[in-house]
Every structure is written in structure tokens, then in C-alpha cells.
Design a protein around this ligand. Structure first.
Ligand code: NAG
Length: 150
């Protein structure tokens, strides 16, 4: 998407009070799924700047390779390569826009919030977001850089 297209998308999205941006991500081992697109809302510049005290919308579009009754999200912040648990309000993927049981070869939108607490330090880090199936295998594992700002 070029700048113009992003601008137009944002302009239209602003009317709907959102401005979701596809972010560049690294796949860190989506064993039983395939990631199509990752949207963070709002994220007008990359790496996404996450303001303390605000909450960001995360929308991961993926397709599943397996059936699963459950789906569980696990989020870490990687600080200098060390994974620190990043708490999210709802860990149950089946309560995050996904209709369970998950079926094979279906496409899903996983939609959740990433709250940025005011006590977090102002640093750059990598967010690692996993969604696991019944057997703890990853539907998706994505990594994207963010910067926490005041
Ligand atoms: C999530 O992203 C997909 C693909 O961009 C879009 O079709 C869908 O409407 C989004 N869902 C929400 C709740 O934003």
C-alpha cells in the first residue's frame, strides 16, 4: 500500500473512528495456521508508538490448518531478547472474535486489545503474540516492534 492509499484508508477509517494499519511482522512459527494480515489500531507510523495509558486494537487475520475446540493467547514483550509476560485482559481466543470450535481451512479474525499501562518504561521492544490450539501448537506466532512513549 502506498502512502496515498494509507492516507485514504485512514481518512475513511477516521469517519468510523478507527485507523487500523497493517504492520510489518515476523512469523515466529505458526505451526498450525497461516497469518494473512496483522492490523494495529491506531498505528500511523511504524514501529507502532504505544502511548502509556491507552489501549490498542489488534486484529490478526489467519487461517487454521487444524480443528480445535479452544484457542489461547500468550503475549510476551521481548526486551533485549528476554521474554517478559505482557498481560492482556482476555486470553481466551474464543472470546476474541473467533467462533469456536475452530475449523480446518477457515479464515478467522482474532481481535483483541493491548493495554499499555502507565507504569511501563519508555522503551522499544518486540511484541510476540501467540494463539495456541488444544495441543498448545501455534495458530499464529507473530513478532512486531513497538515503542512505548509517554
Ligand atoms: C479485521 O481485519 C480484517 C481484514 O483487514 C477486516 O476484514 C475485519 O473487519 C477486521 N475486524 C475488526 C473487528 O476490525
Amino acid at each position: 500500500m502506498d502512502f496515498h492509499a494509507v492516507y485514504i484508508t485512514c481518512l475513511f477509517s477516521l469517519i468510523a473512528l478507527t485507523c487500523a494499519e497493517p504492520v510489518k511482522f515476523v512469523d515466529c512459527g505458526s505451526a498450525v495456521g497461516k497469518v494473512v494480515i496483522v492490523d494495529i489500531n491506531p498505528c500511523p507510523t511504524q514501529p507502532c508508538q504505544l502511548h502509556k495509558g491507552l489501549s490498542y486494537g489488534v486484529n490478526v487475520t489467519f487461517s487454521s490448518v487444524v480443528e480445535s475446540k479452544t484457542s489461547t493467547a500468550v503475549v510476551h514483550g521481548l526486551i533485549a531478547g528476554v521474554p517478559i509476560p505482557f498481560p492482556i485482559p482476555i486470553e481466551d481466543g474464543c472470546k476474541s472474535g473467533i467462533q469456536c470450535p475452530i475449523q480446518k481451512e477457515h479464515s478467522y479474525h482474532y481481535v483483541n486489545q493491548l493495554p499499555v499501562k502507565s507504569e511501563y518504561p519508555s522503551i522499544k521492544l518486540i511484541v510476540e503474540w501467540e494463539l495456541r490450539d488444544d495441543n498448545s501448537k501455534d495458530f499464529f506466532c507473530i513478532k512486531f516492534p513497538v515503542q512505548i512513549v509517554n
